[in-house]
Design a binder for this molecule. Structure first.
Ligand code: CTP
Ligand code: CA
Length: 226
């Protein structure tokens, strides 16, 4: 694992990494979000920078400190994240989308606090843009890496996301397994590349998952440009 450490294997390459959860506002005091500590994405950003990449990290709210030598940009909603990502996409070589993006947002955001009234409240939601799918459609030279958070049928769902979003690699995890997923310092992931080669990693720290992922990316880049 450590043999690549400190080597500048990504020197001159631009990486765009997203992390954390987006927040979709209901009113000035409330929002919809989902579980994501940001730890996986921050670990990838940190390790990519150590390996010499120029890293831009576009992050939803987290409790983490911005990694050293990484340009970190904080965003709030899925729409904000989409706009920031598109701003940098053209000059990017590798995109890694580990953020937990909200799939829906409230149709209306109230500018005053909603007052408690009826016994039941219905909030109408609309789909957000699928950022990764959008990137897949606009892809020219970029290597595109997605994540898949699943509770069941991991392999089937992960492969369908890989194809549907025109990705080069997908990193899937079962978020209900102990030691994997939200908030933990460890993860258990399976990667599928665009040729459906499968790499199953055992339980390891998110830092080590980040290194394994980056090594896989390096291998894929070498295969393209030997
Ligand atoms: N993603 C995205 N924009 C969205 C939703 C998801 O860019 N609006 C990205 C995530 O960052 C992740 C990948 O798509 O890299 C898969 O996210 P996931 O939630 O697992 O899959 P979805 O396609 O949203 O499908 P579902 O939630 O129904 O499983
Ligand atoms: Ca989703």
């Amino acid at each position: 694992l450590s043999k690549k450490e400190g080597k500048q294997i990504f020197k001159g390459m631009n990486f765009l990494i997203t992390a954390g959860a987006t927040r979709e506002k209901i009113d000035p005091v409330r929002y919809f979000t989902n579980h994501s500590s940001g730890k996986m994405g921050y670990a990838i950003a940190e390790q990519a920078a150590k390996l010499g990449a120029n890293v831009i990290l576009i992050s939803g709210k987290t409790d983490l400190n911005p990694p050293d030598r990484v340009k970190t940009i904080m965003v709030e909603s899925a729409q904000d994240m989409l706009e920031k990502v598109l701003e940098y996409y053209e000059e990017t070589n590798v995109v890694i989308k580990s953020a937990a993006v909200a799939d829906y947002r409230p149709v209306v955001t109230y500018d005053k606090k909603l007052k408690k009234q009826k016994d039941h409240l219905t909030i109408e939601m609309e789909k957000t843009t699928d950022i990764l799918k959008e990137l897949g459609e606009r892809k020219n030279k970029q290597l595109l890496v997605g994540f898949a958070a699943e509770t069941n049928s991991l392999e089937e769902y992960a492969k369908s996301k890989l194809t549907r979003k025109n990705l080069d690699l997908i990193v899937a995890n079962n978020v209900t397994t102990e030691g994997a997923g939200f908030g933990t310092d460890t993860n258990i992931v399976t990667m599928f590349d665009r040729n459906l080669n499968k790499v199953e990693l055992p339980l390891m720290s998110k830092r080590d998952v980040a290194i394994k992922l980056l090594e896989k990316i390096e291998t894929m880049m070498k295969e393209e440009r030997p």
